[in-house]
Design a protein around this ligand. Structure first.
Ligand SMILES: C=CC1=C(C)c2cc3[nH]c(cc4nc(cc5[nH]c(cc1n2)c(C)c5CCC(=O)O)C(CCC(=O)O)=C4C)c(C)c3C=C
Ligand SMILES: [Fe+2]
Ligand SMILES: [Fe+2]
Length: 335
């Protein structure tokens, strides 16, 4: 059918952006943490042990002891708005919504717990979004984070008669916009300190060494982010891996082991940044900022600072807007 030359353009289909993060307990009590851990640690992408062997260990030793310990950790960082991870992810979605025009709906969901990915995808669809960008907020790809978030979304899509068109956000570990945002954020964090650190650590969440050997690119992505950040900052940066879980060998060097060893080498002032976490969470606020400090000071360290993640800061949101906008190319009328 021919349109007259001055016919207004057909309005573009409504676009949805679904930010996805890991998920967090609903409350900082052992019961809620148990429910969260049971879902999280039953994911075959996260623990790659045959379920027949793993479920008895999980239901036995782990879910009878860890929820209480983890609930204590969560309680130390809980806020009036709930878990920091939930509050910050929500704030990121709100800030990003403001950064786009009315044709783009921005929402957020969690891989484990709530808001559930399937529910929010359906809500975007119900709001008229015929095209949706799934945006797992992990700069470095890991099957245990990025892939499982996308899996969960595609599982929900499998139940839809009329699916929206879908794109997924690629990992952005070496994206200049991400490295630049980290540089701005780290420089501001360091400038606000009342001491000059002898050493800057970049601590990434760990994963089992076996996962690297099986071909997961996560370790490689972390190394590249650390190298690019080091070059951008023009200062030395030591990479470490935190949050070891279970008995298997995990990526090394371990953050806690390095913190404990530094004072004996004459490094008494340390600042630590966690570039792999797009939002502060129990792993940065409790494991690094509280327990990391204790480990370092008990070993003889005198000055310690854990720098904030990008969160909903201006450089963090500018970066998200630029990487999301690029993935929407051809979908939006206003690029
Ligand atoms: C950023 C990337 C992450 C990777 C890779 C990752 C892998 C991974 N994690 C566990 C076990 C646990 N992780 C926990 C918390 C947690 N993990 C990430 C991110 C990654 N995990 C975040 C953002 C969080 C914080 C969640 C929050 O509520 O604030 C926990 C729960 C806390 C605890 O009990 O210590 C566990 C357990 C495994 C096994 C794994 C394997 C590849
Ligand atoms: Fe984790
Ligand atoms: Fe931890």
């Amino acid at each position: 059918m021919n349109r007259p030359a001055n016919h207004p353009a057909i309005p573009p289909a409504r676009i949805g952006v679904l930010l996805i993060n890991l998920g967090t307990p609903d409350a900082a009590d052992a019961h809620s943490v148990r429910r969260y851990l049971a879902e999280f640690l039953s994911d075959r992408r996260v623990v790659e042990i045959p379920q027949l062997l793993w479920q008895p260990i999980l239901r036995g030793a782990i879910l009878t002891t860890r929820p209480k310990k983890s609930a204590h950790a969560y309680a130390q960082v809980w806020t009036e708005e709930g878990s920091p991870l939930a509050a910050i992810t929500r704030a990121q979605a709100i800030a990003l919504k403001d950064a786009f025009g009315p044709e783009v709906s921005v929402d957020y969901a969690m891989r484990y717990g709530r808001p559930a990915i399937g529910d929010r995808l359906q809500a975007l669809k119900d709001a008229g979004c015929e095209r949706i960008l799934l945006a797992p907020l992990y700069p470095q790809y890991c099957a245990a984070t990025t892939a499982t978030a996308n899996d969960k979304a595609f599982l929900a899509l499998a139940g839809m008669r009329w699916q929206p068109a879908i794109r997924t956000l690629p990992p952005y570990y070496d994206d200049p916009a991400y490295i630049d945002a980290l540089k701005t954020s780290v420089e501001a964090g360091l400038a606000a300190l009342d001491f000059e650190p002898d050493l800057l650590l970049a601590s990434f969440h760990g994963m089992p060494q076996r996962t690297l050997e099986l071909g997961d690119p996560y370790h490689c992505h972390c190394q590249k982010t650390a190298r690019l950040l080091k070059e951008a900052l023009g200062r030395d940066l030591t990479i470490t891996f935190q949050s070891r879980f279970g008995r298997a060998k995990w990526l090394e060097p371990a953050t806690d082991t390095v913190l404990a060893s530094l004072p004996a080498k004459g490094v008494r002032k340390v600042a630590i940044v966690a570039p792999g976490f797009s939002a502060d969470c129990v792993e940065t606020l409790e494991e690094l900022a509280i327990r990391g400090r204790e480990t370092f000071e008990e070993a003889g360290g005198t000055h310690f600072a854990a720098l904030p993640c990008l969160n909903a800061s201006d450089p963090g949101i500018d970066m998200l807007r630029s990487i999301v906008r690029r993935e929407l190319a051809g979908w939006t009328a206003t690029p």
